[in-house]
Design a protein around this ligand. Structure first.
Ligand SMILES: Nc1ncnc2c1ncn2[C@@H]1O[C@H](COP(=O)(O)OP(=O)(O)OP(=O)(O)O)[C@@H](O)[C@H]1O
Length: 320
């Protein structure tokens, strides 16, 4: 049985401009014990999908099962299996950190939870803030409390919606060490993030969403293999010749061009020299998940893409 099963999930919001379809027949299964990444640009539908999973929003059609429990018809059972860390910092300002965790335990009917609360406080670097009032905490500390609150009932499935948005390196490391440990112990993890480096390092499988559609779904290693190769990176102040523009990704002075092997790097450099481009600070790096992501998004940018089976073009076809 899948840990989470999204079955043809569609969500249409009513807006003053008319109905808006945020999710269109999203189907995917997350298996027990997976560390699963849900990626996509702003507005792709990630939070909507997670809100439906967490019972905070209703699907317009389709079903979501959590270890077999339907999130609508068997809400209490489905919710108890989930630990959801929301994107937004919502908390009760009148509680201390420990009180907030006790209260959350009570919400899930968990008694005598002191040892686990102590472990959460310790593992998330909150031990010295246990008595502090929630109002007194910095944004990063509040986020740690949100994580602890989500885990207080030891849920088998942990859902993290952009948990590291705007948080410092130390919290990221603390958080990922802890979540990776829980994943090793058998907890399933569903993560949305805009930090593709984190997704590449942590997730064994990844789905990419765009405008409410799943446009890629595979093991992280397979996604990376499909973009296998190298990327030539350099800086320049000279405009690229029109022939090379479609092959390059340009961010300010930095230009990135896909190259399968050393010969292709040579070919690119030859063409650049011939065109009189002043090439500085040359580097060659392996393709990474960001290259894959940009390729998938670019490949699904044209009208009618919804009906196409996504394929990964060579790295570097993304727009400048
Ligand atoms: N309550 C709502 N009413 C109307 N439209 C909404 C509502 N909530 C979300 N949307 C729209 O649905 C689409 C998907 O939004 P969602 O927040 O799920 O995207 P996301 O992938 O989580 O984006 P981000 O990376 O910015 O968090 C967006 O176009 C958004 O404007």
């Amino acid at each position: 049985m899948a840990a989470v099963s999204f079955q043809s999930v569609t969500k249409t919001y009513s807006t003053p401009q008319g109905p808006f379809q945020a999710l269109d027949a999203v189907s995917l299964d997350i298996e027990e014990g997976e560390f699963f990444g849900l990626l996509g640009p702003n507005g792709a539908g990630k939070t909507t999908l997670i809100s439906i999973l967490a019972g905070l929003a209703r699907a317009t059609s389709g079903r979501v099962l959590v270890q077999g429990a339907d999130v609508q018809s068997d809400y209490a059972s489905a919710r108890r299996k989930l630990g959801v860390v929301p994107q937004e910092l919502v908390f009760d300002p009148f509680f201390s950190v420990r009180e907030a965790l006790r209260f959350q335990s009570g919400y899930f009917g968990v008694q005598n939870n002191g040892d686990w609360i102590d472990e959460l406080l310790h593992s998330l670097g909150l031990a010295d803030k246990a008595q502090a009032n929630m109002r007194q905490l910095s944004g990063g500390m509040k986020r740690r409390v949100l994580v602890a609150q989500a885990l207080v009932h030891k849920p088998p499935i942990i859902v993290l919606d952009e948990p590291t948005a705007g948080v410092d390196v130390e919290l990221r490391q603390t958080l990922w060490q802890f979540i990776a440990k829980l994943n090793k112990q058998g907890h399933t993890v569903l993560l949305t993030t805009h930090y593709l480096e984190e997704a590449e390092a942590l997730c064994n499988r990844i789905a990419m969403l765009k405008r409410g559609h799943v446009v890629a779904l595979d093991r992280t290693s397979e996604l990376l293999k499909a973009a296998a190769g190298n990327v030539l990176v350099f800086k320049t102040d000279t405009p690229l010749p029109p022939t090379l523009v479609p092959l390059a990704r340009v961010t300010g002075r930095v230009v990135q061009m896909a190259a399968q092997d050393a010969q292709e790097v040579e070919r690119h450099l030859g063409q650049l020299r011939q065109a009189g481009v002043d090439v500085q600070d040359i580097e060659i790096r392996r393709s990474d998940l960001e290259d894959v992501f940009l390729n998938v998004m670019a490949a699904n940018a044209s009208p009618g893409w919804e009906s196409q089976v996504p394929s990964l073009p060579a790295v570097g076809r993304a727009t400048a």
